[in-house]
Design a protein around this ligand. Structure first.
Ligand SMILES: C[S@@+](CC[C@H](N)C(=O)[O-])C[C@H]1O[C@@H](n2cnc3c(N)ncnc32)[C@H](O)[C@@H]1O
Length: 254
């Protein structure tokens, strides 16, 4: 990343997680077990967590006693993953050039990261490393904005963000191309318990905040603090229940 990241640049935004790995590992949500159960083929033995970050999904794969390879483009994110999950084979690499041999894994999971990839190249690479009959699994967590304060938080997060999606990334099935059957989709509501003061860190862990100039980041985080101190559902609370919906897509490699 250049010394002054550009919040309008997709590449700078994709690379920005390196500067926020500690806070990311602490406040970003994991993924519900029922979503992971639905995604993975029952006979999976070896699974690639692609763009694994600090390992928020990887840890559920490890709990299932799978042989797990984690790949991410960010060395600081992978350092957190290695510290938390030393049994995982963690490799620096990209979705566009996956550092694995052909037909070497039963499933590839991509959590909260498909939108950062060159998706045509990533889909071809995922097809290459999957065994025939293996599975591509793509998922996102979306905050459930049917809750009013969560919608207010979302407005604050996205205001002024030139790369904010219209709606959510998870609205569109990932374009995996001709090597895959059509994907199935399912959704899984769940919630994360979070210290109220960490709502500001949740916002700070996002690529938009990570790439903003210092003064603009401070203004953004001040707006979050204003929400947490004045909103009747938040003010005076130590903890919040932040509702999420995980949207998951799975597709079979032909
Ligand atoms: C929002 S984080 C998601 C991390 C993790 N999967 C999770 O659910 O917490 C996005 C991750 O994608 C990684 N990333 C971005 N572009 C990538 C690429 N082209 N190839 C591999 N990793 C990439 C970033 O380094 C970051 O760790």
């Amino acid at each position: 990343m250049p010394p002054t990241p550009d919040p309008t640049s997709h590449a700078d935004r994709a690379a920005s997680f390196s500067t926020g790995a500690d806070v990311y590992a602490r406040v970003r949500p994991g993924y519900p077990d029922d979503a992971v159960d639905w995604l993975l083929p029952r006979d999976s033995a070896r699974v690639l967590d692609l763009a694994a970050g600090t390992g928020l999904l990887t840890r559920s794969l490890v709990r299932r006693e799978l042989e797990v390879v984690a790949v991410d483009a960010s060395a600081p994110m992978l350092d957190r993953l290695r510290a938390a999950l030393p049994s995982v084979d963690a490799r620096l690499g990209t979705a566009e050039e996956i550092p694995l041999p052909d037909a070497s894994v039963d499933a590839v999971v991509v959590a909260q990261a498909w939108h950062w990839f060159d998706t045509a190249r990533a889909a071809a690479e995922i097809a290459r490393v999957l065994r025939p009959g293996g599975r591509a699994c793509v998922l996102w967590n979306d905050r459930d904005e049917r809750v009013e304060w969560v919608a207010r938080l979302g407005e604050i997060m996205h205001r002024g963000d030139p790369l904010a999606p219209d709606g959510s990334h998870s609205v569109h099935a990932p374009a995996l191309g001709p090597a895959f059957d059509a994907s199935d989709r399912s959704t899984f509501p769940w919630h994360q318990r979070l210290a109220t003061r960490d709502l500001r860190n949740l916002v700070a862990s996002r690529s938009y905040a990570l790439t903003l100039p210092d003064a603009e980041r401070a203004e953004l985080l001040q707006r979050v603090d204003d929400l947490t101190t004045t909103h009747p559902d938040l003010s005076g609370t130590e903890q919040v229940v932040l509702p999420y919906v995980t949207t998951a897509y799975r597709a079979r490699r032909r």
